[in-house]
Write a protein that binds this ligand. Structure first.
Ligand SMILES: [Ca+2]
Length: 184
């Protein structure tokens, strides 16, 4: 039985890797030596405030989503302003692929209940939490301590919702939004 389980996991891993590999061939941004050089302004990626944002429809846990962006020289998107949120909302309305959750670069892993961005300055100014989510999430189980990573939810008017970062089952895998550095 354990052997069958291990084989199943191995097959799933290989399948996931194949998806990542195939995505690499169709990436919408061009990275040279780890630095972004281009942002194709189509429906998947667009430029705003000197950054490039990309909607990625494959579904991963939060850590794997970070790695996916990092392979292209970026990280999960940090939505620090209302105009940035509005821009992402506008693009997600057109191209959400029927997905409901999109990871962003916010977490309260360091201090439960204290939500921060991944990069300096880590403190949050603008926020867009759905009612009862994020810092005010005292529900579900263990008062939100199992929900340490943030996503945008299309069915909650594109507001933010916290979920489990390292879900190993598909039900906790979500699409995500990558952000790439300043465009030369
Ligand atoms: Ca939490």
């Amino acid at each position: 039985m354990m052997g069958l389980l291990a084989l199943t996991l191995l097959v799933q891993c290989k399948f996931s890797f194949a998806i990542l590999t195939s995505q690499t061939n169709t990436v919408k941004v061009s990275i040279a030596h780890g630095a972004l050089t281009k942002c194709y302004t189509d429906q998947a990626a667009w430029a705003i405030d000197g950054y490039c944002l990309e909607i990625v429809l494959i579904e991963l846990n939060w850590y794997s989503a970070r790695n996916w962006c990092a392979h292209r020289g970026g990280d999960l998107a940090e939505i620090r302003t209302q105009p940035l949120q509005d821009s992402i909302t506008q693009h997600l309305r057109i191209r959400n692929g029927g997905k409901n959750g999109f990871w962003i670069g916010a977490t309260d892993t360091d201090h439960e209940g204290v939500w921060q961005w991944l990069h300096s300055p880590r403190q949050m100014g603008f926020t867009n939490w759905s009612p009862g989510q994020g810092p005010t999430d005292h529900g579900f189980i263990f008062g939100g301590s199992l929900e340490d990573c943030a996503m945008i939810r299309t069915d909650e008017n594109y507001e933010w919702h916290d979920g489990p970062c390292d879900g190993v089952i598909d039900s906790f895998h979500y699409s995500f939004i990558c952000q790439y550095g300043k465009i030369e």
